[in-house]
Design a protein around this ligand. Sequence first.
Ligand code: ZN
Length: 89
Amino acid sequence: MIEFFKKLFRYFKRPEDPPTTKRENYLGLTEIEEDRLYKFMDSHKHCKCTSTIGGKFTYTITPTGLGNITHVRCNVCNEETDITDTDSW
Ligand SMILES: [Zn+2]
């Protein structure tokens, strides 16, 4: 499942996009935020999603004047965590 998301993130990066200091993906996550996301997903791999179409995780992205506040929630056990990389602001 994590490999699927990694591929999905890469899919949205277009080759013609100018290089930036942040790795780009469709959620606009920084490398540190991605790592936190994958750790969170990994810690919830035992939460069994009953849906066959996915929907196990919900992302909440709140744009602010400084940067995006990003939360991820496991829809099985309802644990939510803040993966925001405020050091990148
Ligand atoms: Zn969970």
